[in-house]
Design a protein around this ligand. Structure first.
Ligand code: FE2
Ligand code: FE2
Length: 457
């Protein structure tokens, strides 16, 4: 056992070391990965996962410490330590591709002490599906960390589902159901923490983040609407999988910037029906969820696609997905479009009310996100620039904010949470007020992700 264990890790180390010297496709990088894959296989005959940890400076695989360190093993351990990865879990079904991507991740990640939820979401975006990472004991458990974990696993589920479809397999509906339940629980527990994550837009992997964001936003709307638990899950799953039919389209068509030709648009228009067919093969999918996926582009005025028959009765939840879909698309920067602020997005959506969107839902969305949605950058009467970190209780009153830039425009060393109700001792009136929103692009040093990590929810 011990030598088999050492072999697995040695192969990983060798590949990582050679990756520093040769390109990914070079046999000296590729062969050890294949060897590691072959060496892992026998372990999975009697267990479903294999845990690799670094404990007190020793590499431990399945409880077996590896003492015979070679230079490549040392490098491997050092990379895990620097990135801040205390435990790596290989799951049954791990592929050569998973291992290859994981080694590349270790090689290319240059930051130190990356938070675990961030590592999880990066691995998910890279398409690593059967290698998990976890923190050991003393993991922080504040709501934002928890929300990030949940968001990360939702991303993972989407990546896996789309990959399955591309490979001609039917995705596991139980996974979508489970992760949407987790997100729904988190939306009820701390809606701001969960909504804040929808602002971390990832330009490269638009479809994955977009799917999770639409699910989160639909869950938030669903909660405000007072939907039952099972209705909320149905809507959340529809959000998560609404664009699953796009996997049948050519990738360059999905990513194409600018206007589409008539033929290309005809192709795009097939994705709701394709999605409907895919969901029909999956387990744990409610009938209404399937219907919603089919109807998500039909539009409120029924002029969308696929064009509904005059007697067709649309599912009310299809309109929920439509507003969430629209909001997320507008607030994301794409190759052909700049990202709009949440306020600009809502303004555009007000114009679409009654046409493509349900007017009541546009209003409800505005109410549910607040006048200043979480993540909006605002200017205060003190000329300081702050970011909204929380909606006011009950939707009325002042939002929670954290100051990012002082009155001269210099960034503060760390975001500073302030209470907008705090009175000015001389006048008795609030010291700070929001004057209006600020375009975040005017402040390039701002990393929403960094801010959200630094402020508490
Ligand atoms: Fe769509
Ligand atoms: Fe979409």
């Amino acid at each position: 056992m011990e030598s088999a264990v050492a072999g697995v890790v040695r192969s990983l180390g060798a590949s990582l070391k050679n990756l520093g010297l040769y390109p990914t496709t070079h046999p000296l990088v590729r062969t050890p990965v294949e060897k590691c894959h072959a060496e892992l296989a026998p372990f999975f005959t009697d267990r479903s996962e294999l845990v690799l940890t670094v404990s007190d400076g020793t590499l431990v695989l399945e409880g077996v410490p590896i003492f015979q360190l070679t230079s490549s093993l040392e490098l491997f351990m050092a990379r895990l330590g620097t990135i801040g990865l205390p435990a790596v879990i290989f799951e049954r079904g791990v592929s050569v591709e998973d291992i290859e991507l994981f080694v590349r991740f270790l090689h290319e990640t240059r930051e130190q002490g990356v938070p675990i939820p961030e590592i999880k979401s990066r691995l998910a975006r890279w398409g690593v599906t059967h290698i998990r990472v976890t923190a050991t004991e003393d993991e922080e458990n504040d709501d934002f960390t928890l929300a990030r974990e949940i968001y990360g696993s939702a991303l993972n589920v989407v990546v896996r589902a789309l990959k399955d479809v591309r490979n001609g397999k039917t995705p596991d509906g139980a996974e979508s159901d489970r992760v949407v339940r987790e997100m729904s629980g988190m939306v009820s527990r701390n809606r701001d923490a969960m909504l804040a994550l929808t602002l971390i837009k990832n330009f490269d992997e638009y479809t994955y983040n977009h799917s999770v964001n639409v699910s989160v936003l639909s869950l938030a709307v669903g909660e405000t609407l007072g939907l039952s638990e099972s209705e909320r899950i149905g809507v959340g799953v529809a959000g998560l999988l609404h664009d699953v039919g796009k996997t049948q389209l050519a990738l360059d068509l999905i990513r194409k910037p600018g206007t589409l030709t008539v033929d290309e648009f005809e192709e795009i228009k097939k994705h709701p029906e394709e999605g409907f067919a895919i969901l029909g093969k999956m387990t744990h999918i409610q009938d209404s969820t399937r219907a919603v996926v089919r109807e998500h582009h039909m539009r409120f005025d029924r002029t969308g696609y696929p064009r509904p028959d005059p007697e067709h009765r649309m599912n009310a939840h299809s309109y929920v997905i439509a507003v969430a879909d629209c909001y997320d698309a507008l607030t994301t920067m794409r190759s052909y479009q700049k990202a709009r602020t949440p306020q600009q997005a809502l303004e555009i959506m007000r114009k679409l009310a009654g046409k493509s969107l349900d007017p009541d839902l546009v209003e409800l969305m505005e109410r549910s996100l607040g006048v200043y949605p979480v993540g909006t950058m605002v200017r205060l009467n003190t000329m300081e620039v702050a970011v909204v970190t929380g909606t006011p209780d009950g939707g009325k009153g002042e939002p929670k904010v954290a100051i990012l830039f002082d009155r001269s425009g210099n960034p503060l060393p760390a975001p500073q949470g302030v209470d907008l109700k705090e009175p000015d001792p001389s006048s008795g009136r609030p010291r700070r007020m929001i004057l209006g929103t600020v375009n975040p692009l005017m402040h390039p040093p701002v990393s929403i992700s960094g801010i959200l990590q630094a402020v508490s929810f």
